[in-house]
Ligand binder design. Structure first.
Ligand SMILES: O=P(O)(O)OC[C@H]1O[C@](O)(CO)[C@@H](O)[C@@H]1O
Length: 234
């Protein structure tokens, strides 16, 4: 893992943007995208750039079960709001939170990932060490799966909903095995609430108790932290 520590999220997001541009210049054609507050400044920079993404395919990590693209709390809506309304891509893939047959949807998404190997995967990290919606205890061998969200994740994400009760109980997430197949990973983390998870991810044992710890085994991962998120590193 390469670790980059910067003073704040704006500087860190700019570093991530530069890595992305470098990747695109070296023929990256498929981007894996994350949602949540962490990548917002990166997406802003992408949206305001002169970059042409019309030949780029994107594949998102996750979606709440039961929420469709027009629901303002869905991750599909989030992507439209922060990036897709500003930039056209060849194709944007997201899990369908309204799929009538969930098993079929999980298979469809695995096929999407198999057909479009991810060149650069953008990640945030949850306070409990989750990546995507892969909660502690998720198998390192997992592919796309249906997840029951932990109470702490629903607490953390309640800020985007009227209250915690409104946060869906379940989500569809790309699995840890699939994330690990990405050629290159850029994980960003901002703020003191991420410091413990970041420390476990980097210095802790590789264990399914901290899903992000599997990234210690990935050959091309860059972790970009602000000083608060890096505060518990030795
Ligand atoms: O960026 P945030 O909002 O802190 O969320 C952290 C992580 O949680 C998720 O939003 C899922 O809860 C991930 O997609 C994200 O990486």
């Amino acid at each position: 893992m390469k670790i980059i520590i910067v003073e704040n999220a704006a500087v860190g997001s700019h570093k991530a943007y530069n890595l992305l541009v470098q990747g695109l210049q070296t023929q990256a054609r498929v981007l894996g995208l994350a949602t949540g507050s962490t990548p917002i400044l990166l997406y802003q920079e992408m949206a305001q750039s002169k970059l042409d993404f019309s030949h780029i395919t994107t594949i998102n990590l996750d979606e709440y079960l039961g929420l469709g693209p027009n629901n303002p709390q869905s991750y599909h809506y989030f992507m439209k709001q922060h990036l897709f309304q500003f930039k056209s891509f060849s194709k944007n893939y997201l899990p369908n939170g309204l799929a009538p047959d969930i098993n079929q949807e999980l298979q469809r998404y695995d096929q999407v990932i198999a057909d479009h190997p991810i060149a650069i995967q953008i990640l945030g990290i949850g306070q409990n060490g989750h990546i995507g919606f892969n909660e502690p205890g998720t198998s390192f061998h997992s592919q796309t799966h249906c997840v029951t969200l932990s109470s702490s994740t629903r607490d953390a994400n309640a800020r985007f909903f009227p209250n915690k009760q409104a946060v869906p109980q379940k989500a569809i997430s790309m699995g840890l095995f699939s994330i690990m197949q990405s050629q290159r990973i850029i994980l960003m983390a901002w703020g003191k609430d991420k410091a413990e998870a970041v420390s476990q991810m980097i210095n802790g044992p590789v264990t399914e108790k901290c899903p992000a710890s599997i990234l210690q085994k990935h050959p091309h991962t860059t972790v970009i932290l602000d000083s608060a998120a890096a505060a518990k590193l030795n």
